[in-house]
Design a protein around this ligand. Sequence first.
Ligand SMILES: Cc1cc2nc3c(=O)[nH]c(=O)nc-3n(C[C@H](O)[C@H](O)[C@H](O)COP(=O)(O)OP(=O)(O)OC[C@H]3O[C@@H](n4cnc5c(N)ncnc54)[C@H](O)[C@@H]3O)c2cc1C
Length: 440
Amino acid sequence: MTEIIVIGGGWAGCGAALAARKAGANVTILEKTDMLLGCGLVGGIIRNNGRFTAAEEAIALGAGELFHIADSVARHKNVDFPGHKHATLYDVTKIEPKVREFLEGMGINIKFKSRAMDVKVRDNTIQGIVLANEEIIEGDEFIETTGSSGPMGNCLKHGNGCSMCIQRCPAYGPRVSISKKAGVEDLVGKRSVDTYGAMSGSCKLNKDTLGENIKRQLDEKGVVVVKIPEEYIKREKISMKVCQQYALEEYAANIILLDTGYAKFMTPFFPLEDLRKIKGFESARFEDPYAASKGNSIRYMSMAPRDDYMQVLGLNNLFCAGEKSGPFVGHTEAICTGILAGHNSVRKALNMELVKLPRTLAIGDIIAYVNEQLKAEHGLYKRFTFAGSTYFERMKQLGLYETSPEVIKERVAKLGLTGFFNENLAIKQEKVVGMYNNRF
Ligand SMILES: Cc1cc2nc3c(=O)[nH]c(=O)nc-3n(C[C@H](O)[C@H](O)[C@H](O)COP(=O)(O)OP(=O)(O)OC[C@H]3O[C@@H](n4cnc5c(N)ncnc54)[C@H](O)[C@@H]3O)c2cc1C
């Protein structure tokens, strides 16, 4: 049976593993920590703005399981907050065991505390992944979904002093770029001519450290907006944040909290000493990252060049997804790119023609568009998400943004793609994919 090895168990890795398993492969996830979901343990916002369309497209395409799991642990649904509509806030304290249980139930082998450190390569073909304990994991096709952070030390070198507590880098060892180890140069994102990477700005506040009124509002409505006194507003911090969908005046002028189990604090890099001067926040403390008042995750340090099938350029059997596959921001973006990478990895192993998703779907368009943008001038300065900024504008202009699941289902059906990712390729070994690709 085809052996697919997924390196990194964040949302992209989970999406890839599931798609590969459903396509009929034996799948192993190598995850360096003792938990799945990576940055997904700190986020929680899904289905906001164009992410709603993408999630419903994935569902119609037959790859909706991870969205259904996230929906099942939602604390709030159909929430609006500044610049964002119809968001779902999943409970970051509950989601990981659910995803783990589901993937294991599907027969996916998850190897925790298994840090990939090196690769064995022959003739541009990966033979195996070398783990930190020197074990070698062999497979037919490999998918790198290790995210985009660089090794430890980068947080201090390029960022503002944070080593991503959520991924517990110091304890579990640094990330390694597998594609680079296999001989493919990384693409490195930039903030300015001589500043690399980009940082998230949102973080988690411990809910129990907030005033009773704020806690109650969060539990009831999912969103709390508190005006910041003028003397504490820090407009210059807004542009430091990678998530340009939140680079709005409202996020500088207000404390915006979202209930994800913790209080997700959307105002970037707000000093704790100032925060504690605001009513209801007198005892507030950051839960993750601890350095949130001055630093956050430094990312987009290590992306792989790829094609629109999600295959890494220059290697015969390495695919990639999520932040590793380009400057995508978001859980939804990671899952959707992961789905295609996982599915195509099985096609490749079975000598079947690889597939692209049509650009009349938001998922197909963002995969191709991000690749085009990366090659354009200043491409390495940009980030892309269905949830806002330039890509959401593009979705609206192209008529891709849609909030009716029925209309999205219909679109997918018209393309003949309903349930596409449900097909077990190993059983079917379909022969007519060439015809499929020629249609787009
Ligand atoms: C603070 C913060 C808040 C965010 N909030 C949101 C939000 O609310 N909504 C949203 O949509 N997006 C949010 N994002 C962005 C989103 O979380 C990411 O873009 C997305 O989850 C990335 O997924 P990924 O799978 O590509 O990478 P990651 O989540 O980085 O996962 C990579 C995985 O690979 C593992 N790994 C790394 N190296 C190795 C190795 N050598 N061997 C084995 N395993 C390895 C890591 O441990 C990790 O589990 C947030 C990000 C941050 C940092």
